[in-house]
Design a protein around this ligand. Structure first.
Ligand code: BT5
Length: 262
């Protein structure tokens, strides 16, 4: 990554100022949390070419070979801790829109934290918060975009459900340009969230969704069930109508769109 080029082209006011760059780290989220504890400014981005222990939710492994866009953004949101997932939705919408605008690919959001292209995962997002006395001291939003990675570098089980921008377009993308555009969208979305609340973001997520109105399989707290993904409530929780007609609200879990299974 040519950081000087990013710095020269970045049109944000505080996101990505500064960008702390490493050829390799354990996980950009871990480094960002450490920097935030030491007082790093809101907007600081930690970016690495590769991660040796990149992770997703529940400490699942996030494979981070060379060619991807792996970064974490430090924020100081005025949000209740239970509302931190709003940052994930905000980022998913920003990423899906950036991919659509820049490359004309049909990018969509799969609840709660994936961006898909052609039914396959091109990006995963992990938001982590640090709470003190019940308040959010800072949050770190980790973004992994399979920009120019070779899919052969992912294990077979992961590869089946993954894609990269390079694979979809048949040629590599400029990661510098992608990062600049994505950080600008994230900054604008964050300002909207802070000023106007979650509803404008939620509307975007609804319109970019690949899961609403679909038959889905949910895994949540060790339980599995199938139903229709009916809506997102005002907090981004998923409302599923079960086959017996009752509704369930799902706050945390994994979702598979049954008609989209590769
Ligand atoms: C996520 O978790 O999708 C969140 C991933 C966040 C990664 C970023 S990279 C920068 C920052 N630093 C970090 O350490 N993390 C963040 P989850 O929904 O739990 O999905 C994890 C699952 O995605 C794994 O169990 C695999 O099945 C799959 N997976 C792993 N690596 C992948 C990849 N490169 N592309 C597509 N899918 C992948």
């Amino acid at each position: 990554m040519r950081i000087a080029e990013v710095e020269a082209r970045l049109k944000t006011s505080f996101v990505g100022k500064p960008i702390v760059y490493y050829p390799q780290v354990s996980s950009t989220n871990e480094v960002a949390k450490q920097l935030a504890r030491e007082g790093a400014a809101e907007g600081t981005v930690v970016l690495a070419e590769t991660q040796t222990s990149g992770h997703g939710r529940l400490r699942r492994k996030w494979f981070s070979p060379k060619g991807g866009l792996w970064f974490s953004l430090i924020l100081h949101p005025k949000l209740e801790p239970t509302r931190l997932p709003q940052l994930t939705f905000m980022t998913a919408a920003a990423t899906a829109k950036t991919i659509k605008d820049m490359y004309g690919l049909k990018a969509g959001i799969k609840w709660p934290n994936d961006v898909l292209v052609n039914r396959r995962k091109v990006c995963g997002i992990l938001t982590e918060g640090c709470m003190i006395n019940g308040k959010v001291k800072f949050a770190v939003v980790g973004v992994g975009v399979n920009a120019n990675i070779n899919l052969e570098e992912l294990p077979l089980t992961v590869r089946k459900r993954a894609t990269s921008l390079k694979k979809e377009l048949g040629k590599p993308v400029s990661r510098e340009e992608l990062l600049c555009r994505l950080l600008l969208r994230m900054e604008n979305a964050y300002l909207t969230l802070q000023r106007e609340g979650f509803s404008p973001i939620l509307e975007e997520v609804r319109s970019l969704s690949v899961f609403l109105g679909e038959r889905v399989k949910i895994a949540s707290f060790g339980e599995c069930f199938v139903g229709l993904a009916e809506n997102l409530d005002g907090d981004g929780a998923l409302i599923v109508r079960l086959e017996n007609g009752t509704r369930r609200k799902v706050v945390v879990g994994d979702l598979e769109v049954l008609s989209l299974e590769p």
